[in-house]
Design a protein around this ligand. Structure first.
Ligand code: PNS
Length: 156
């Protein structure tokens, strides 16, 4: 079974990496789908996020990295993915993720959303805060992998 893990990943945090490695163990194949046109202002462009992901997940033989435009469910159908994976860190995530899952289900009844619960140690980590700390010269070592930290430092 093929699953799609969509997101902005701007940048990838250790929380994302945890979800990705667990999902890769659960499904035959996992596509990490980098959304190119999310409403948020991007920090890394999609090519940078794609390049970073290719390095981060190079050791997983069943992970494919792709960028996509448009609706997540359309991309899932294009891939033949029956599952959308999303991580849940807290109650706020639960509210917004369940809303998104319900609408996605209405748009594409054949695609199921499955939530993976984040462990406590990753519950407060978000790309938005990591971005902010990094841009203000703070130390992001506890929130991203060394590969991501080096990648971001080289861009400064
Ligand atoms: O992890 P993020 O950054 O919150 O990811 C959000 C993402 C990219 C999964 C979501 O915004 C999305 O699915 N965007 C694609 C457009 C879409 O399908 N919108 C309808 C969602 S019901």
């Amino acid at each position: 079974m093929i699953a799609l893990y969509p997101g902005s990943f701007d940048p990838f945090t250790i929380g994302h990496e945890d979800i990705i490695s667990r999902a890769a163990k659960t499904f035959d194949g996992l596509v990490v789908g980098i959304s190119e046109d999310n409403a948020k202002d991007n920090f890394l462009n999609y090519e940078q996020r794609l390049n970073l992901a290719q390095v981060l997940f190079s050791s997983f033989s069943n992970i494919q990295i792709s960028c996509f435009r448009g609706l997540t469910v359309d991309f899932a159908k294009e891939l033949g993915a029956e599952i959308i994976v999303r991580g849940i860190r807290n109650v706020t995530d639960y509210e917004s993720e369940s809303q998104m899952a319900q609408l996605n289900k209405q748009l594409a009844p054949s695609v199921e959303t499955i939530f993976l619960n984040s462990p406590d140690k990753y519950r407060s980590i978000s790309s938005t805060l990591v971005r902010q700390i990094h841009l203000l010269d703070g130390d992001i070592s506890s929130f991203v992998s060394p590969i991501t930290k080096d990648f971001l430092l080289k861009l400064k």
